[in-house]
Design a protein around this ligand. Structure first.
Ligand code: PA5
Length: 447
């Protein structure tokens, strides 16, 4: 059985291979600290052994909830959440879905999202769509107090109760939140919703392999057992007893930190398959929120190639030399599409006749990597054999554990996010939320 692979060969003209080897001891130490739950933020390390500790009973219960919702013939499941309560679910579903699933007859409900922004247009358009469809709601918030999903849920709850009546609406709502704290827990208990708990020791951006991600992914028709199996295998392949030279996440964490020390302060996650767009969004949150603190941290960015070669490609090739790339490459596409011959050859493309589209894509990938390295942009390559549940599971755990090791090397706590409070304080003050009177007065003086 093939596994995910990591190739750092195209960074070696930027970092000294001896320096990578030297980082081994530190990475092994960081990995042990994560597994032994020592080090900064150690009360948020429940995700480290999450894949291997999920029980068959837990998976069966989540699958049963998915089946129950589907038995109501819902066309749409609306997942309400933001940040870690949103991105992982979307990343997995989009990676595994047909690109045109929303326009095709499918066996499983379409998963749509709400509460990931405060756009009035978005909410109005969603609500008007739901009036004409059969649907259910899944509201996710670890704190149970986040404003964006709370606003969306307040409205969608009223709509679903109006459409189906309170009793039936109740059976169409699943709430995923803290075991005891927060407004959502209280509301869910009062209303009698089916609930799942987000473990205390798992932070939002590390929670996709808890009910936060798994229930909706099961509703979308994907195999959560395979997802967890992939993650669990990567947990084993990157465990504390695995030496640095065999531990791929540890090597990735080491190389990106060495590049950072050489002034490569921006890491661009690159894909050549648009299904991975939201995987990059999940990765950006994971790394941005984990590492960007105390005036430090690699800025995580992303592009979808080859589309963005016709927009950001110019900057990457010749702009500021602060970039490095990590390419997520899928070895074999699920489909096989061959470029046809054309007797007139008016477009001059007969040199490609008989080749698969993916062969062109792979040459674009190789040509771009070589050009970017020549232009001063180091290139890390991560290959997965196929885009399926198992390998997405491997990738999720790969990036999570690497993020923990990388954050420790940087010297920050990768498991908190104090910086996200600043905008909330200002927003509440500007909205004159009770309790924020002093902040309101201070801000008004500045306006
Ligand atoms: O990673 C995190 O902790 C955050 O991105 C949260 O997931 C996000 O702020 C949403 O929080 P909550 O689930 O409490 O609504």
């Amino acid at each position: 059985m093939e596994n995910l692979t990591l190739n750092c060969a195209r960074t070696l003209s930027f970092v000294d291979p001896a320096d990578i080897t030297d980082m081994g001891t530190e990475m092994e130490k960081n990995n042990r600290a994560l597994h032994e739950k020592r080090g900064k933020g150690n009360d948020f390390l429940g995700w480290v052994d999450l894949p291997s500790s999920i029980t068959t009973e837990e998976l069966s219960d989540m699958e049963a909830t998915a089946s129950l919702l589907k038995s109501k013939n819902i066309e749409i499941l609306v997942v309400i959440g933001i940040g870690g309560s949103y991105l992982g679910t979307r990343a997995v579903i989009e990676a595994l879905s047909d690109s045109f699933t929303h326009l095709k007859p499918v066996k499983s409900p379409l998963v749509l999202f709400a509460g990931q922004n405060i756009s009035e247009d978005y909410l109005a358009e969603l609500r008007s769509l739901l009036k004409t469809r059969e649907y259910a709601l899944m509201v996710i918030s670890k704190s149970g107090t986040t404003t964006e999903p709370a606003i969306a849920f307040r409205m969608l709850k009223q709509d679903i109760e109006e459409k189906y009546g309170k009793e039936e609406a109740r059976s169409r709502i699943v709430a995923i939140t803290d075991a005891s704290r927060g407004a959502l827990r209280k509301l869910a208990e009062t209303e009698g919703y089916k609930t799942y708990v987000i473990p205390d020791d798992v932070g939002g951006r590390y929670s996709v392999l808890t009910p936060v991600g798994l229930v909706a992914i099961a509703v979308a028709g994907f195999d959560i057992r395979e997802l967890v199996r992939g993650a669990s295998d990567m947990e084993r392949m990157s465990g504390p007893e695995v030496p640095f030279n065999e531990n791929l996440p540890a090597q990735y964490a080491a190389v990106r930190n060495l590049l950072y020390r050489k002034g490569k302060t921006v890491e661009i996650m690159v894909n050549y398959n648009p299904k991975l767009h939201y995987f990059s969004e999940w990765w950006k949150q994971l790394y941005g929120e984990s590492e960007g603190k105390e005036g430090k941290g690699i800025f995580p960015a992303s592009v979808d190639f080859t589309s963005d070669l016709h927009s950001m490609g110019q900057y990457i090739q010749e702009g500021e030399r602060i970039l490095f790339e990590t390419v997520l490459s899928v070895k074999s596409p699920a489909a096989s599409v061959v470029i046809p011959a054309d007797p007139d050859n008016l477009d001059g493309l007969n040199f490609l006749a008989g080749k698969r589209v993916d062969e062109v894509n792979k040459m674009a990938e190789l040509g771009t990597a070589l050009a970017h390295v020549d232009g001063g942009v180091p290139n890390i390559l991560i290959e997965i054999p196929l885009l399926n549940e198992y390998y997405i599971g491997q990738l999720i755990y790969f990036f999570e554990i690497a993020c923990g090791m990388s954050g420790y090397t940087l010297g920050v706590n990768p498991f908190d996010q104090p910086g996200v409070e600043a905008y909330k304080k200002n927003m509440f003050a500007l909205l004159e939320k009770p309790g924020f009177e002093k902040e309101t007065a201070e801000l008004k003086k500045r306006l």
